[in-house]
Ligand binder design. Sequence first.
Ligand SMILES: Nc1ncnc2c1ncn2[C@@H]1O[C@H](COP(=O)(O)OP(=O)(O)OP(=O)(O)O)[C@@H](O)[C@H]1O
Length: 224
Amino acid sequence: MSEPVLQTTELRRSFTQGDVTLEVLRGVDLAVQPGEIVALLGQSGSGKSTLLQAVGLLEGGFEGSIRLNGREAADLDDNGRTELRRDLLGFVYQFHHLLPEFDARENVVLPQLVRGADMPTAVQRAEQLLSGLGLASRLDHRPAKLSGGEQQRVAVARALANRPPLVLADEPTGNLDEATSDKVFGEFLKLVREEGSAALVATHNERLAAKMDRVVRLHEGRLN
Ligand SMILES: Nc1ncnc2c1ncn2[C@@H]1O[C@H](COP(=O)(O)OP(=O)(O)OP(=O)(O)O)[C@@H](O)[C@H]1O
């Protein structure tokens, strides 16, 4: 079997406030293979976002091992982690976090420029992704002029723009009504599969989880 794109071993995270320590992750072991789409289920407060933040190298304070494409995050300094994040990961959040002053195309172009793409290539890629998501007539629209579903589609295109080996998604359609959520989620999964990326997708939704390759459940700080 090839090397996992993500592997966590005995990953732990607790939060202390005053006298109270909350052990949110109590030894999470998870491996995601290249191209595999994994649903991360768990009740509200079970630690799904905390786990995604850890593997997204967005926060410190963790114990245990996180390996991305075989690279141990703990061995890297801040710059090294930023580089790894930029080279390996794409993110989709519940709320789109698009840049409000840039239009849809620019929001998908920018992360490619940051990664060193030239402008024509980045524009072509952005237009191809956005058109594939049904937004060919919305390329020049700023986020405020897009519907919620359209905004999330732009966020999906942005996450995939640099062909990341691993997409991390936290309730990617959680703020949309059920019908729109189903539609956008289906498009998201189709695109991730076409692109050959792996994904770890936190959701409350068993129905959406069932569409993925594998389901893991976070309960009392561990996966089962
Ligand atoms: N920065 C923090 N300081 C203190 N406690 C925190 C912090 N971040 C998260 N927590 C706590 O950790 C627990 C897990 O939170 P987390 O957001 O990871 O859960 P979740 O499974 O993503 O929940 P939801 O499905 O509601 O988004 C919660 O009890 C939360 O209050």
